[in-house]
Structure formats: C-alpha cells, structure tokens
Ligand binder design. Structure first.
Ligand code: UFG
Length: 327
C-alpha cells in the first residue's frame, strides 16, 4: 500500500483526509504534535508524534515510511490569534513548513499537497476571487500561508518538489458516519460555536460585527463540506501521480452565506433557535470571501456533493451530538 505522510492528521481536516485516503486505497501516516490535534482522531493509519520544526524526527519518519507524497495540513489557523502573536504563526507555519519541505526533498519525496487559504486574497471589493487574483493578505495567518505558497514555487524550481496548492474557503460539516468531526480547543469557528449555543453547552453566540458593507451587515463566507474538500485532495494526489504540472485550486462552492444566514439555516435544520448577541468586529476578518473559480471542477473533475448549508449543519450537528475526542 502506498504511504502518504499527513501532517496534522489528528486535526479536523487532516483526520477527514486520512479517512478519505484509506478509502481510496492509500495508507495515511499521521504526523502531528497534538498541540491542537486529538490522538483519538487518528483512526485510519499509523500515528507518529512530532513537530514540524523537528528535522531529526521528520527524517526518521520519512525514512521509516518512505511516503510517496506529503499532504500538509499541520499549522495554526486562527485569524484573530494570529494578529496577537504573529511570531508564533511565522515560526510554526512558515519555519515548520520550510523544515518539512527540506526533509521531503532530502528523502526524495517530491509530491506535495498543501492546504492554503482564501484568506490570502484579503479584502477585495467587487473582485472575482479566482486563482489568478492578486493575493493581499490582511492578517498574519494569511501572510504565513502565502509565504509557504511562495516557498513551494521556489522549491519546485530549485529541487523539483511538485505541488498542488488548495486555497480553502470556509470548511464546515463532519464525517456523515461521525467517526471524526470538528473540535478545536479553544473553539473559535462559527458552526461549532453555534451548535454549542444551540444545545446550551455554552452561552449565546456573539455575531462579530453587524456593520459590514453587506446586505445584512454581517460577514459573508463560502462554506464547503469537509468531505468534499478532502475528496479534492485525493484528486490532487492523483494529479501529481499523473505527472501533471503544479497547480493552485480554490476550493469553494461559489455561494456566499452571511453569518445571519448560517444562523437561520441552523435554526431550520435543528428546529431550535440559536441564542445570539451582537458584538463588535473581530480583528483581521475580511468582509466577504466567496470563490469565483470553477478550476477544480473543470480540471480536477471535483464535484462537491455534500456542500449545501443544510447538509453541512446536519452532519456537524450529528457529530456534535454523538461525542467528542478526549485529550
Ligand atoms: N463568527 C462570528 N461569531 C463567532 C465566530 C465566527 O460572528 O463566534 C463569524 C466570523 O466573524 C466570520 C464567520 O463567522 O465572519 C466565520 O468565522 P470562522 O471563525 O468560522 O472562520 P474564518 O472565516 O475566520 O476563518 C476560516 C478558517 C481560516 C480560513 C478562513 C477563510 O479558520 O483558516 O476561514 O475564510 F483562512
């Protein structure tokens, strides 16, 4: 069986990717330091604990498993936090990715799938956000992701490290079988916080900003189901296996939902009202991020099948009710 090194395989998206890899006939090898990940989420292949900045440990793992490719999910991903401690984002995301890429090149593992973000586009009014769009990050998290994209291009030119870069829009939902799901500590994402507010696990959901230049004053995002998202990664892996050129793909549906619209949908799906309070804007948030590209559909043959808002909230709700990972 072909081994794939999955950094961040104990995290939300990484664990779903491991399940998809296993189902596609690969062996996912999780490499994770468990700072934000959960050992219970590693269910589909071997686990190797380690840090991205630990070159010696990475070399050991590459030597032991001889992976055919790397899927790189590990990293810090909170926009607000990144504005307070940018140094940690550059150290973990940028320096860590650099160390990982150096280890991959040394090991001769030259196919690399990277999770980047639509946040690298920044706040661009009336601009269609496709892959050719200029990247203008407005927070350190997004700057760190753009820097890694730049490193990948330089590593390809110098060392032949080929890549597929996915720029995610907002990932939501959970494995429909609820084997894995979304859980962060602390939780900062809209959908899980909303579900906590719905079932009373925590207090009312705060809407971060109601004075944005959008129809209802709240931020607009393009939500994509985590299972659809990881399906694209399998296609990305096959793209590299087929020796196709390095490529960047947006992963979003092209449909934008405001925070208030997401809350209203959750009310319909669960038949309960989400308690909300209106608060100030959160630093670093873009007004609107909606994909304007169909490149992933056209070139990769990606077809999102679960990304309706009702399906995403329904799957997240099932996971939310069925249990959580223990530290
Ligand atoms: N929001 C609230 N209240 C909350 C939490 C979130 O109103 O308690 C709002 C945010 O302000 C934002 C929207 O809900 O407008 C979505 O927020 P999330 O925190 O769920 O997601 P982000 O858009 O901030 O960020 C996510 C990922 C990033 C990625 C980004 C791209 O965490 O990694 O999507 O948009 F880069």
């Amino acid at each position: 069986m072909t081994n794939i090194l999955v950094t961040g395989g104990a995290g939300y998206i990484g664990s779903h990717a491991c399940k998809a890899l296993k189902a596609a006939g690969y062996m996912p090898v999780t490499y994770d330091n468990l700072i934000t990940g959960w050992v219970d989420a590693v269910k589909f292949g071997p686990f190797e604990q380690g840090d991205l900045n630990d070159r010696e440990r990475l070399d050991q793992v590459f030597a032991a498993y001889q992976p055919a490719a790397v899927m790189h999910f590990a990293g810090l991903s909170q926009v607000g936090e990144s504005t307070r401690i940018p140094e940690t984002y550059w150290q973990t995301n940028v320096c860590g990715s650099l160390t990982l890429m150096q280890a991959a090149v040394t090991a001769g593992c030259l196919d690399f799938v990277f999770s980047s973000t639509c946040a690298t586009y920044g706040d661009q009014d009336n601009v269609v956000l496709d892959e050719t769009c200029v990247q203008m990050p407005i927070n350190p998290y997004a700057s760190s992701k753009r820097a890694i994209e730049d490193m990948l291009r330089d590593f390809e030119a110098a060392h032949g490290l080929r890549h597929v870069i996915f720029r995610y829009f907002n990932v939501a939902g959970a494995d429909p079988e609820a084997e894995v799901g979304e859980q962060h500590q602390p939780e900062t994402h809209l959908v899980p916080l909303m579900l906590d507010a719905l079932d009373g696990t925590r207090g009312a959901l705060t809407i971060f900003g109601t004075d944005y230049d959008t129809p209802d004053g709240t931020c607009i995002r393009d939500y994509v189901h985590v299972c659809d998202l990881v399906d694209a990664h399998i296609l990305g892996l096959k793209w590299l296996e087929d020796s196709k050129p390095s490529r960047v793909f947006n992963l979003g549906t092209g449909d934008g939902f405001s925070v208030r619209e997401v809350i209203a949908q959750a009310g319909h799906v669960t038949n309960r009202d989400v308690p909300v309070i209106e608060g100030p804007r959160r630093e670093g948030d873009c007004t609107k991020l909606v994909s304007g590209s169909t490149r992933a559909e056209a070139e990769l043959g990606w077809t999102p099948t679960r990304s309706s808002m009702a399906q995403m909230i329904g799957d997240a709700w099932r996971w939310h009710q069925s249990g959580h990972f223990e530290k």
